[in-house]
Design a protein around this ligand. Structure first.
Ligand SMILES: Cc1cc2nc3c(=O)[nH]c(=O)nc-3n(C[C@H](O)[C@H](O)[C@H](O)COP(=O)(O)O)c2cc1C
Length: 331
């Protein structure tokens, strides 16, 4: 049965952005656990290559990006959070095939197509943000994906290649009736420099208004608090916002009622995150990936900098538990 969850969400819609090496099942479970279901609505996987998924040997590694642990599943269900698998590539037939596989073999609520990533390696192969310059192919990809699944197919993109070309590009996308559009207010060329241009995002939303106001339109770029997200949604005529790096400044981002979490609460999350990462990935992913997260939980308390420095030297999960235990014991 066709069901488009995007149209059932209360507004403003808040989504946690897809972020490579960040939004794996462990981190999503942490954020889902800390978030208020009246604020957060949708989470995304890391971007996953359809070519990689189509490769008999490569598939095992690539499919790790789509892994959802049982404990994450439970918490998403409890809180009624939706989970979207993000895919990328440049061959419509592979989008079709992999969309079908994802629908049959997994349990996602939606599929999103990455038309925003500006990284050289993907762009030179005509993938992700490069598709902004190839609207005919971009539309074929969206249509092929839609034909491969009954799940809602959204698109996450940017405002243009070298300069903003928001209105023309969004009207191309609207031709395919995507389930939702998420627009990051920077061009491909800008990468993550400067500030996201919310006036451009508003232009995109107005094109949507003219063509089909029912299609949810989210803005993305530099949102640092939930209150700011609500204001931007109203001011720029959007349905909601997507949050990427803001989550690094505050893992309680989607729970604004939580004022100043205690040291113990922060360190409990650090340990839980480590335990989930160990349970999900021990022997599969590099332990050092975890260290990038430790600064999220070790700030704004006496001794935080020293604790962080010790954690950066840790060589195993066991050492992390010991360092945090010693720190707590000495307080
Ligand atoms: C570490 C990192 C990894 C990212 N990986 C992805 C990705 O896999 N897919 C994607 O569409 N965007 C990816 N992005 C872009 C973000 O989803 C988002 O569009 C961008 O960071 C701007 O939003 P923000 O200012 O709220 O962070 C990534 C960004 C960061 C910082």
């Amino acid at each position: 049965m066709m069901s488009n969850f995007w149209r059932t969400l209360s507004k403003p819609i808040f989504a946690l952005a897809p972020m490579e090496d960040v939004t794996d099942t462990s981190f999503r479970e942490i954020i889902a656990g800390l978030s208020d279901s009246r604020i957060l609505n949708v989470l995304f996987t890391e971007f996953t290559s359809v070519d990689g998924m189509n490769h008999p040997k490569g598939k095992i590694r690539v499919a790790e990006r789509l892994f959802v642990s049982e404990s994450e599943k439970q918490i998403l269900k409890q809180k009624n959070f939706k989970l979207v698998a993000q895919i990328w590539g440049n061959k419509p037939e592979l989008f079709h095939k992999i969309a079908r596989e994802i629908t049959e073999e997994y349990d996602f609520d939606g599929i999103d197509i990455n038309m925003g990533c500006p990284v050289k390696n993907v762009v030179k192969n005509g993938c992700c943000s490069a598709l902004i310059g190839m609207p005919t192919l971009a539309k074929e990809i969206i249509m092929a994906t839609k034909e491969g699944t009954h799940l809602p197919v959204s698109v996450k993109t940017r405002t243009g290649l070298k300069t903003h070309d928001t209105e023309v590009w969004i009207s191309h996308l609207m031709d395919t009736k995507p389930a939702a559009i998420i627009l990051h207010g920077r061009t491909q060329k800008q990468q993550s420099d400067g500030l996201a241009d919310w006036e451009e995002i508003a232009k995109g939303a107005r094109v949507r208004d003219q063509i089909d106001p029912e299609i949810p339109f989210l803005g993305n770029g530099d949102v640092m608090t939930a209150a700011q997200g609500e204001q931007l949604t109203v001011k720029y005529g959007l349905d909601g916002v997507m949050i990427g790096r803001g989550i690094f400044h505050d893992p309680w981002f989607f729970n604004p009622a939580k004022v100043s979490p205690s040291v113990t609460e922060k360190l409990d999350q650090l340990v839980l995150h480590t335990r989930l990462f160990e349970k999900n990935w021990d022997g599969k992913k590099n332990f050092n990936i975890l260290k990038r997260f430790y600064k999220i939980y070790t700030n704004d308390f006496p001794g935080a900098a020293r604790l962080r420095a010790e954690l950066m030297e840790a060589k195993s999960f066991g050492e992390v538990y010991q360092i945090v235990g010693n720190f707590q014991g000495a307080r």
